[in-house]
Design a protein around this ligand. Structure first.
Ligand SMILES: Cc1cc2nc3c(=O)[nH]c(=O)nc-3n(C[C@H](O)[C@H](O)[C@H](O)COP(=O)(O)O)c2cc1C
Length: 242
């Protein structure tokens, strides 16, 4: 059976086989955020994390359905902050979220935020503007033609630092562990959204190149792996589970 590394881009594989290259978090995201240092940033409310208990998470998981359409009402910036806080918080037995992932937010309808694409800066829990504008149509394309972004509040995209995987996950199964980790982290964001009364549409089925171009990441070492579209929902349930 071929090594899992056989599926990594050639440039990364070559670097992994060079023993003189010091391992460690590869610094991809530090470089990326340095490149955005002159951009406008919005401080997210601190301490907005939803108090998700084990019981509320179980209840949220049981109640949760995938939503294909939302109400078009905006969500609040506090709700977005809570979801991001939960997304990026620690998971027992796994590396820190930010040792591997960066989170982008495509803002479609959030009170207190202009539409556009933002990157979550973990150092300050602030959103750094990557591109201003309405990216609803492009977000529908990212989701392979799903129309949910037209009525959603925001789409989150998780991207992985592929060069960091062997060090962060300590082994050849690192690439698999990264995908599993992205699912765990997104599940927490789904549960937080559900506890907050928001609906979610998860899908990792997003095209690498188009997504990377939209987010302004390189798409190879910085690789988009998962998306979560979140919106306000109709209490009578129209739009869920369709
Ligand atoms: C890992 C994962 C991948 C998914 N990928 C897609 C997808 O590519 N396209 C899509 O329309 N929905 C996708 N979804 C949403 C599922 O289709 C949806 O969860 C499924 O219909 C089950 O419905 P439920 O979430 O209401 O239980 C995905 C969900 C998960 C958890």
């Amino acid at each position: 059976m071929p090594s899992p590394w056989a599926f990594l881009p050639a440039s990364i594989e070559a670097e992994q086989s060079n023993p003189s290259r010091p391992l460690g978090k590869s610094g991809e995201w530090a470089k990326y955020f340095a490149s955005l240092s002159g951009n406008p940033r919005i401080q997210l409310p601190q301490g907005a994390r939803t108090a998700i208990t084990a019981a509320s998470a179980v209840a949220a998981s049981a109640a949760r359905r995938t939503w294909r359409a939302f109400t078009r009402s905006h969500c609040g910036i506090e709700q977005l902050a809570s979801v991001l806080s939960e997304l990026t918080s620690g998971i027992d037995g796994l590396p820190d979220f930010h040792d591997v992932f960066a989170a982008h937010v495509i803002v479609l309808g959030v009170d207190g935020l202009s539409t556009g694409i933002y990157a979550l800066d973990p150092a300050t829990f602030s959103l750094v503007l990557v591109r201003a504008g309405d990216f609803t149509e492009q977000t529908c394309k990212l989701l392979r033609g799903l129309l949910a972004p037209k009525s959603a509040a925001f789409t989150l995209v998780l991207s992985a630092d592929m060069a960091a995987l062997p060090d962060v996950y300590h082994g050849q199964l690192g690439i698999r562990e990264m995908y599993v980790h992205s699912g765990f982290a997104t599940q927490k964001a789904i549960e937080a959204s559900t506890v907050l009364g928001l609906g979610t549409l998860p899908t990792p089925a997003i095209p690498d190149t188009m997504t990377a171009e939209l987010l302004g990441i390189d798409g190879v070492r910085q690789n988009p792996v998962y998306s979560l579209t979140v919106g306000t929902t109709d209490p009578v349930g129209a739009g869920a589970g369709q």
